[in-house]
Design a protein around this ligand. Structure first.
Ligand SMILES: [Zn+2]
Length: 219
């Protein structure tokens, strides 16, 4: 597992737990009762360690998935239609280009017309939605109920209505995604609080053990 997926607090806590587990393995117990007590404490440390590692792994997996879902991976392939010749294929981006509004688009190379083309929509979902909304405003007018009606000679009504529908579905998808993401961020914050609380519990235990160890050594 990669080291950098842990926060500093998580690294410190895992280090302390490792130390405590190691320490308890070396303790010589006076009797069976003491041994059972010691083994129980060890189990607590082991369980805490597993809990932290699991939590971090889950967060890492989720962040990986988020990054993929948000299309931030320039090394992936994307299904696109060449905006110059209409050739549909799976394209790997050449680079990222920005428009006047600052929206980011992938630029691809089309093997059919042998030219570079820029994707129709930005790869960021929010920017894409903003573009879709802007397009709707551009080709439509609002009826008396505020609903967008096609108002463009070259866009058939069915095509427009379909686009309107998919825009709303896309908006709803983003809303749900953002909602669950916000919940996960709040959850991560809670986890970090728990890690901090654990540090306050385990730091003094380690300190005491280290202090006692050196005391007996000197005596
Ligand atoms: Zn092309």
């Amino acid at each position: 597992m990669e080291e950098n997926i842990y926060t500093e607090d998580e690294k410190e806590l895992l280090g302390i737990l490792e130390f405590l587990i190691h320490f308890h393995k070396t303790v010589e117990y006076e009797n069976d009762e003491a041994r059972a007590g010691g083994e129980n404490i060890m189990k607590t440390f082991e369980a805490k360690k597993d809990e932290i590692i699991n939590m971090v792994n889950k967060r890492f997996e989720r962040l990986e998935k988020d990054n993929q879902a948000e299309g931030k991976d320039i090394n992936s392939y994307y299904d696109e239609i060449c905006t110059r010749c209409g050739f549909f294929s799976s394209y790997r981006p050449l680079q990222i280009v920005k428009d006047q509004k600052g929206y980011s688009f992938y630029e691809f190379y089309c093997p059919k017309c042998q030219k570079n083309f820029v994707a129709e929509f930005p790869f960021d979902d929010h920017e894409k939605l903003a573009c879709m909304d802007a397009y709707i405003v551009m080709v439509s007018k609002k009826d008396k109920y505020g609903k967008a009606m096609i108002d463009h000679p070259n866009v058939p009504r069915e095509v427009f209505d379909k686009f309107l529908k998919s825009t709303e579905a896309f908006r709803e998808g983003i809303r749900k995604y953002d909602e669950s993401k916000a919940a996960m961020i709040a959850f991560d914050g809670q986890c970090q609080k728990v890690v901090k609380q654990n540090l306050e519990v385990y730091r003094p235990i380690k300190k005491r053990i280290v202090a006692n160890f050196f005391k007996t050594d000197i005596n």
